[in-house]
Design a protein around this ligand. Structure first.
Ligand code: GCW
Length: 708
């Protein structure tokens, strides 16, 4: 006792208790802090475990294949985390099992699955093991989002075949338009060092049905085609294979010259063709299930067939012939082309070059088209090529990285943007010929179908920089699998799996997410404005930009604001771009019926133009900019309201980013309202407080971003 008393008073004890306190504190904070690494595959303990889960003893798999092993391991880890139960992995079924079984007669396609239950078993059945893997993640989603399991009966098949991420990653580790750190691929370490993160990347993708990844930037380096780099690519392919993910490469069109030492890269030259055939053979020797090539040609300075007076079809054929011996290999040829023409309309460029080529590509080629005619703007009308190429499979290209939507600092949930495009009616074969149905082959009977998303991932611990950016990756995968899912449903799934299952908090955050894109459109480019952002960097407002190396890289080219009015006339009296659409679409966007959201995309209208709200255009424009800022304020309040339901680290991160977003929404609002006011010469409408700074002051903010 005396010893204890002495010890208690001793310095040693004080040190000991301090250390204990610090350790406990670290433990507590560590246990609570969530760095976002686990994405939506969190598997924290459920507050209430459904009876059927309590009866589980085992996981039954049909084979020991690598795919079944990863499925079983995922289930084991997840069930342990969610319920605390340890399940054994076995090959023979007994009661109380998660039963994975191949059923060739299941009414699903090769990647689809069916989830059901008997009194003691949860059953995943599919035609293939990949289908079982997708079913595994689907079952976990049901559990994580608290769906009742006693009547479990879910059947699902993907609607498009190629569901790909496009990484714009460079060999030096940077990512073009990447805002979440550097590349995930450690090129200097590969193939010897396999970062465990590659597995987690594959798990995340498989969980949302993504089945392919283009590893490198479309502004491609030929280095990826060297024997040394192909071994690195093969090592990644080996990691991804069990997860049903194939690797693809972007290719540098001039590689035969720069890498192969040939005199030309002319796609019709026999030696060039031979070079590609041999290179392709070399790839397939290393990667037997290699997915194929993605190509950006004759666009923004990239080389292409037109350098040799050849067409895009000639260029694509050179590669499709090289891939022909390998049935799974495809060419994805991008339609993102436009020339610097001061009198032209960039809107029409892709259409004019590609429409005449319809039906001229080989059957293993898909033409990859950006969702809109310009470039991933916060809102664009759907690309007029959709519905206009009945004999050429068109693949959708969305951008998840928020190049024009505030990078990784602004919250902008993009499912509504994707859906708006996919649900647009092209009228190609009468009413109901939506873009989605063009893409999935049901309108024109395409044999190959696909959807690509330019990835927003990087080396940041939470993968996407903004914690909410994960929702865009998630939403892309879910919509590529099934475009009929609603933005709300996808948001709810993601929130429940990633942030909280608290019903009230889920509803609040869901509301934040689904409104966030419209809020951003309001403070950046309302009423159909587009391409008025900072030069080159594509950040911040720059509506006054009038001079650049190319006219179509200025802002005035797009908004055409003057003392009379604002907007790009693309009707009969203007560029006639509206004529590229089916008559029904033309009608929907013509002067008489164009909704405010698309107005300045197609019409140059006077500042006094009457709007459906009863306001004149100028007043409406101001109101929208102010509504955008108010929308961010509302998001900030909503986020405060869910504080107790959110992990503190994630809460603080999002809170900080919302405060940046608010400041920058104001920046956009003041810049645009003050600049356009110099032309409209009209007052800021009654009831809206005046900006507290001058246009000159706001312009300086943009200048900061131009300083090297
Ligand atoms: O949006 C533009 C980007 C470029 C990009 C290009 C493309 C990969 O600003 O950075 O280059 O589109 O899609 O090819």
């Amino acid at each position: 006792m005396a010893f204890f008393f002495r010890f208690h008073k001793s310095i040693a004890f004080q040190r000991f208790s301090q250390a204990l306190f610090v350790t406990l504190l670290l433990f507590v904070t560590h246990a609570r802090a969530d760095d976002g690494y686990r994405l939506w595959l969190k598997y924290d303990r459920l507050s209430k475990v459904q009876p059927i889960l309590n009866h589980l003893q085992s996981i039954t798999i049909p084979s020991d294949s690598p795919t079944m092993k990863v499925a079983a391991k995922e289930l084991q880890t997840a069930i342990k985390g969610l319920t605390g139960k340890n399940l054994t992995i076995q090959k023979t079924a007994n009661a109380g099992s998660i039963l994975l079984k191949i059923n060739p007669t299941e009414h699903v396609n090769a990647e689809g699955y069916h989830l059901s239950q008997s009194s003691k078993n949860l059953i995943i059945s599919a035609k293939t093991e990949t289908g079982l893997l997708y079913g595994t993640f689907a079952l976990l989603r049901e559990i994580q989002t608290l769906q009742p399991l006693e009547k479990l009966n879910v059947t699902s098949s993907p609607k498009v075949q190629y569901r790909l991420l496009n990484h714009w990653d460079n060999n030096n580790g940077t990512i073009e338009r990447g805002y979440a750190g550097s590349t995930l691929w450690h090129w200097f370490d590969l193939p010897d060092v396999i970062d465990p993160r590659y597995h987690d990347y594959a798990r995340a993708n498989a969980s949302i049905g993504i089945n392919g990844t283009v590893l490198n930037n479309v502004n491609a380096s030929a280095r990826f085609l060297t024997p040394e780099y192909l071994k690195k690519v093969a090592a990644l392919a080996d990691v991804f294979r069990p997860y049903g993910i194939k690797v693809y490469l972007s290719v540098f069109f001039a590689a035969p010259k720069t890498l192969g030492g040939l005199k030309t890269s002319d796609p019709l030259d026999p030696e060039v063709k031979r070079w590609w055939a041999e290179k392709t053979k070399e790839i397939y020797t290393l990667i037997p299930d290699f997915g194929g090539y993605l190509v950006k040609a004759n666009s923004e300075g990239e080389p292409g067939p037109q350098d040799y007076d050849r067409t895009h079809t000639d260029g694509a054929r050179m590669l499709s012939e090289a891939l022909a011996p390998y049935p799974q290999g495809i060419v994805m040829w991008r339609s993102f082309v436009y020339k610097a023409d001061p009198n032209g309309d960039r809107f029409k460029a892709g259409y004019e070059e590609f429409k005449p080529l319809d039906g001229k590509f080989d059957s293993n080629v898909l033409v990859q088209v950006k969702n809109g005619p310009i470039d991933f703007q916060p809102r664009e009308p759907f690309h007029p090529l959709f519905g206009a190429m009945p004999q050429t499979p068109l693949m959708m290209e969305f951008q998840l990285t928020q190049e024009y939507l505030g990078f990784a600092t602004h919250l902008a949930y993009m499912a509504p943007l994707f859906k708006e495009c996919l649900d647009s009616d092209t009228y190609a074969k009468g009413k109901g010929s939506t873009v989605a149905k063009v893409i999935d082959g049901s309108v024109h009977g395409y044999q190959k179908t696909g959807m690509a998303g330019v990835a927003n991932t990087g080396s940041d611990r939470n993968w996407t920089g903004h914690p909410m950016g994960q929702a865009n990756w998630y939403a892309f995968g879910r919509l590529a699998w099934d475009y009929t899912l609603s933005s709300e449903k996808i948001a709810e799934e993601w929130i429940r799996m990633t942030l909280t299952n608290d019903t009230k908090a889920v509803a609040t955050i869901q509301n934040m997410l689904v409104n966030s894109r419209e809020t951003l459109v309001n403070y950046m480019t309302p009423l159909g404005l587009h391409h008025i952002m900072g030069n080159n960097l594509h950040y911040g407002p720059n509506p006054w930009l009038a001079k650049n190396v190319r006219p179509d890289w200025t802002s005035v080219y797009y908004h055409k604001a003057d003392e009379n009015g604002i907007g790009f006339d693309r009707t009969e009296s203007g560029s006639k771009a509206l004529h590229l659409y089916a008559p029904e679409v033309q009608k929907q966007w013509d002067a008489a019926s164009c909704p405010p959201e698309y107005l300045l995309w197609f019409h140059h209208v006077p500042w006094t133009h009457p709007m459906p709200s009863g306001r004149i255009l100028w007043d409406e424009l101001c109101h929208r900019y102010y509504a955008g800022v108010a929308g961010v304020t509302r998001m900030q309040q909503q986020w405060e309201g869910v504080k107790n339901q959110i992990d503190p680290e994630i809460f603080e991160n999002v809170k900080g980013k919302l405060s940046i977003q608010h400041r920058e929404a104001l920046w956009w609002r003041d810049a645009c309202v003050l600049y356009f006011q110099t032309l409209s010469k009209r007052p800021i409408p009654e009831g809206l407080e005046k900006p507290t700074r001058t246009l000159e002051e706001v312009k300086q903010l943009v200048d900061v971003y131009q300083i090297r």
